[in-house]
Design a binder for this molecule. Structure first.
Ligand code: SF4
Ligand code: SF4
Length: 535
């Protein structure tokens, strides 16, 4: 305000008021004022802010898979030593480039992806209306139409510059092709009125190449194709899915025209002439059927992956409980058993009929197999999953494999798997806890104690590892250390009968019977119903 007053006093004029009532004058009288620009920018910023800041919290609140607190714990990610983490792998990047860089350009034109697929284009087209920097014209224009013929964004440049003295079509990408081809040097990129200030009453009528029915069909096909390929096999990223959907939509609409019109061409190829499909037309039709068929197949696989995921999210039994003994059935509710069976069927279908291996889906299938009692199949699937995964996902598959092998008594194999998990992720403390168990069972007791100690030092609240340490030291006659670890364990053991029962089972497996009995008794004390459970 002070700056406003100073400017007004010194210069005799100042920036117009930034308030809602002033903003209305823009659309009422065509007066672009500071209030209008400020609020337009604020609305755009608000939309972006809602997406960036409100949507993630709403997702955490409503998504059944989000079990953590509404506001997550914040950690420092200002620097990274894994630069490629958020980029697709080379195996994905090559088809990505091929589809978005070549296939979309071939079918939809050089700006096809930007015009029809890119979501940012839609957002920027709104902002473009406010932009004062535009393609503008001088009086040298003689309406030759050269510019319009050159523009690959389908802008009617000669008509727009005649009517508005500038290009107002939001599809203009400021590529300057028109500027460079104008024989009279009549076009330039310059500052002035934004497009929003142009009266709409005399808008230029455009010719549209699609009928309304085709527009609707195109929208439905685009959406269906996008949902079909997005994340299928855990591979296809967002922009690549948009590229695929654009090509599928183009091919579907062209195929429809090929079947329903008498004449049709594509570039220099005559696809249909006199109602008869030509050689090139059959080639086009074959490619179109192949592409759309591949899309439909991806949609079918994606559906099964999605349904499997949904079933996976409905399994609530904590991993520690499910892994307490080889048969996790007693811990599952009837609904969880149903979900495990349904999820298994969906993932098996996706895996049996898919064209590529989806490592993440395989690891979930492995979990369903384990919950359904087929531990051997679960171990096999986790090996396959790990072979197709990287980093965290691979480490987790190897950890679960090691944990299940421990329950099966195959301790040497378990130790190897857990070591591999730790190579992938040093900080996977649960893998250390399990590795301690393998070593203990293999008779390498000092090593087991050292691994458990390391795990507890990294995370003092690991109740099971502290209990294991207490049991180990007690069995080696180190009573003072055992008491200290038992105290630490008690501090972090949740007073939940299920949890005490699970710890009892794990300690019993390790031969730490005395400590195991303490937890069994505590579980019974908390819930007398546990008396009938088999230990
Ligand atoms: S190419 Fe130049 S002269 Fe011809 S219509 Fe376009 S702006 Fe006018
Ligand atoms: S700048 Fe490029 S996109 Fe815009 S009107 Fe000219 S040729 Fe078309």
């Amino acid at each position: 305000m002070v700056a406003h007053i100073i400017q007004w006093r010194l210069m005799g004029r100042t920036i117009s008021p930034i308030e809602p009532s002033e903003t209305m004058h823009t659309l009422q009288r065509g007066a672009i004022n500071a209030g209008f620009i400020f609020f337009a920018l604020a609305i755009l910023a608000l939309i972006a802010a809602l997406y960036m800041f409100v949507w993630p919290t709403a997702y955490r609140f409503f998504s059944p898979s989000e079990t953590g607190p509404l506001i997550p714990k914040f950690t420092n990610h200002l620097v990274t030593n894994n630069f490629w983490q958020t980029f697709p792998s080379v195996a994905v990047a090559i088809p990505f480039l091929f589809i978005c860089g070549f296939v979309t350009v071939y079918f939809l034109g050089s700006k096809g992806f930007c015009t029809y697929a890119c979501p940012y284009g839609g957002f920027f087209s709104l902002a473009d209306k406010l932009s004062p920097w535009r393609i503008r014209v001088t009086d040298a224009c003689n309406q030759c139409g050269h510019c319009t013929a050159t523009c690959t964004s389908n802008v009617l440049i000669h008509a727009e510059v005649k009517q508005y003295k500038m290009v107002v079509d939001p599809g203009c990408m400021k590529c300057m092709d028109c500027v460079s081809v104008c024989p009279n040097d009549a076009l330039y990129f310059g500052f002035g009125k934004p497009a929003v200030a142009i009266s709409k009453s005399s808008a230029i009528r455009k010719n549209y190449s699609l009928t309304w029915a085709e527009e609707v069909l195109g929208a439905v096909v685009f959406l269906g194709s996008f949902l079909s390929v997005r994340s299928v096999y855990g591979l296809v990223p967002f922009l690549m899915a948009l590229g695929c959907a654009s090509v599928t939509t183009f091919l579907t609409l062209r195929t429809w025209r090929l079947l329903t019109t008498k004449e049709l061409s594509f570039y220099r190829f005559g696809l249909k002439s006199g109602g008869k499909i030509q050689k090139a037309g059959w080639g086009f039709l074959t490619f179109s059927i192949f592409w759309v068929g591949l899309n439909a197949h991806s949609g079918w696989v994606r559906y099964h992956e999605y349904a499997g995921d949904r079933a996976f999210q409905k399994i609530q039994v904590p991993d520690e409980l499910a892994l307490a003994q080889t048969n996790p059935t007693p811990w599952l509710s009837p609904i969880e058993r149903e979900n495990a069976l349904a999820g298994k069927k969906h993932f098996q279908t996706a895996s049996n009929f898919g064209l590529f291996i989806n490592g993440d889906a395989l690891s979930k299938l492995a979990w369903f197999e384990y919950l359904s009692g087929d531990t051997e199949q679960s171990v096999k699937l986790l090996s396959q999953a790990a072979a197709h995964q990287k980093e965290q996902a691979r480490a987790l598959s190897l950890y679960y494999r090691g944990a299940i092998l421990n329950r099966l008594g195959r301790y040497e194999q378990a130790r190897t798997s857990l070591d591999e998990a730790l190579v992938e992720r040093q900080d996977l403390i649960l893998a250390r806890q399990e590795k301690g168990e393998s070593l203990w069972q293999l008779g390498r007791k000092e090593e087991a104690i050292s691994v458990w100690t390391d795990a507890v030092q990294r995370n003092a609240s690991l109740a099971l590892a502290s209990n294991q340490l207490a049991g180990a030291e007690r069995s080696l006659g180190k009573f003072e250390e055992a008491i200290a670890h038992e105290k630490q364990a008690d501090q972090f053991t949740p007073d939940n009968p299920l949890y005490h029962w699970m710890i009892g089972l794990r300690l019993k497996n390790l031969g730490m019977k005395e400590l195991a009995e303490k937890h069994f008794q505590r579980a019974i004390q908390l819930d007398p119903g546990y008396q009938v459970r088999s230990k």
